[in-house]
Design a protein around this ligand. Structure first.
Ligand code: SF4
Length: 481
């Protein structure tokens, strides 16, 4: 792909979007997502901040994404360009990143480097853009971002972004950083002593909704709207658990339904535990009966019933996806998952009885104290389930996150995880489809999830050395030495 093709791809994508905002403003923000376009545009948080910036008088947002093939950009010496005006990132006064999870850190580094912006905060001057970061990662571990960014907004940024835009339009950078170093919900590396609690917006600011629809999103042309925010449950491994998220905040069904544009043919209801919404059936029914397809961001097995699953099937579902998370009942109880075999059997029966194609279960292995007996139970129970409905297991290693009761728990040794995966594969061969996540990349995620600034610097070293697994191992070892 040469430089002309890069620009042509941007223009083609823009021409296939509905809802893009074109606004002339004195303060232009480059709003970056460190993942490729199709995944980034399916992020409701990213879209919501795009809307917020455009709502601010005198400010506009222009989007930029991690290229699918950075080598082509490098080879052709093309900097990262914003989609709205094809302007290089380095020409903006502010470059903002929305970061979902740990492994996106290298996407941010790649975008800065391709733009000719020094990666390390200490190597930038006033002629470089101010680098701002926010997004879901800030709910758990923003510390790894500290060497690279000037300001972090933690948690829900819908109000703080307006404070920031107001200050950025009228205040010198050093004064701005000084003010935000003392602002609740904000962290200025080198100035704020401790990480503050993540910000939370008043209920009246909900829900977040999509701004731009395109067939080129992972969730093709799906209008996203929050039905709730946060969670009232207490799964011990989860950063969205009640104690961290402040509990579930509901959006009234009338409000959700009223926000769906007439022309939206596909609607996604978003929330950490959206099936816990007490009127979820009514909401799904209204959407499906209006002739639209439906998507739910999360399905808890203990909330599934015949009416809901029939509606999902009517709304285009082929696969019912839910989480089990522990290999055995003992482990599910240990992490307070509150999902039992009875719930999962019920889910499989609902798949069978409503004519869906398969049940997909998210599963974690490597929880503290897990033994081969737990893995045997997983194999035995999966065979039982697959006798009811076709089953897919999506298996990931457990990664302990900060801001949860399981913070600090170890990552199971990679050879042992691989041994368990082999046992599961052998035990379920021909009966259950297995989709395992990489144990190596889960280890990298763990090191970043548990690490501080030096882990962030290790990510930079690994990225500079090519980003393969051995460069990550070497980089962490060097930084920890
Ligand atoms: S795993 Fe799901 S149900 Fe459990 S606390 Fe997290 S969001 Fe809530």
């Amino acid at each position: 792909m040469n430089s002309w093709n890069i620009v042509t791809q941007i223009r083609r994508r823009i021409s296939e979007e509905e809802g893009v905002v074109r606004k002339q403003a004195a303060l232009r923000i480059a709003l970056c997502h460190p993942s490729p376009y199709s995944a980034a545009m399916s992020s409701l948080g990213y879209q919501a901040i795009y809307r917020e910036i455009h709502h601010h008088p005198g400010a506009s947002a222009e989007r930029a994404f991690l290229p699918e093939d950075s080598r082509e950009y490098r080879k052709n010496r093309v900097p990262i360009l914003t989609y709205e005006s094809e302007t290089p990132l380095a020409e903006f006064p502010v470059v903002a990143f929305s970061i979902a999870y740990e492994l996106e850190l290298t996407g941010m580094l790649e975008m800065l480097d391709l733009s000719g912006i020094p990666l390390l905060r200490q190597n930038r001057t006033g002629r470089h853009p101010l680098i701002l970061a926010g997004g879901p990662l800030t709910q758990s571990n923003a510390e790894i971002l500290a060497p690279f960014v000037d300001l972090i907004i933690l948690g829900e940024g819908e109000d703080l972004i307006h404070d920031f835009l107001h200050a950025a339009a009228s205040t010198r950078r050093d004064e701005l950083l000084s003010v935000f170093s003392r602002t609740p919900g904000c962290y200025v590396p080198g100035m704020t002593a401790d990480f503050p609690e993540p910000a939370r917006v008043p209920d009246g600011r909900l829900p977040a909704i999509s701004q731009i629809l395109t067939k080129n999103m992972v969730l093709s042309s799906m209008f996203l709207v929050e039905a709730e925010r946060g969670c009232s449950r207490s799964c011990a491994f989860c950063v969205m658990r009640c104690a961290a998220s402040g509990g579930m905040r509901l959006v009234p069904t009338e409000k959700v339904f009223g926000l769906i544009p007439e022309g939206a043919r596909r609607v996604g209801l978003v929330g950490a535990a959206v099936t816990d919404h007490p009127r979820i059936e009514e909401l799904v029914r209204k959407i499906v009966e209006s002739g639209r397809e439906i998507g739910l961001s999360s399905l808890r097995a203990d909330r599934l019933n015949k009416e809901l699953v029939q509606l999902l099937a009517q709304g285009g579902y082929k696969t019912l996806t839910t989480a089990s998370d522990g290999a055995s009942q003992r482990l599910r109880d240990l992490v307070d998952r509150r999902i039992t075999e009875r719930h999962l059997i019920n889910a499989a029966k609902l798949v069978r009885d409503t004519g869906l194609q398969r049940l997909k279960l998210y599963m974690m292995i490597g929880l503290p104290g897990e033994t081969m007996e737990d893995i045997d139970e997983l194999i035995r129970f999966s065979i039982d389930l697959s006798g009811i409905a076709p089953l897919v297991l999506s298996i990931s290693p457990f990664v302990a996150k900060r801001n949860t009761p399981m913070n600090g728990e170890p990552f199971e040794a990679i050879p042992l995880l691989n041994l368990k995966l082999s046992a599961i594969r052998d035990g379920l061969k021909g009966k259950v489809e297995i989709k395992p996540a990489s144990t190596r990349w889960a280890w990298v995620e763990y090191k970043l999830a548990q690490g501080g600034e030096s882990a962030g610097l290790a990510a930079m070293d690994a990225w500079k050395s090519g980003g393969n697994f051995s460069s990550w191992k070497h980089a962490f070892a060097q930084r920890e030495a």
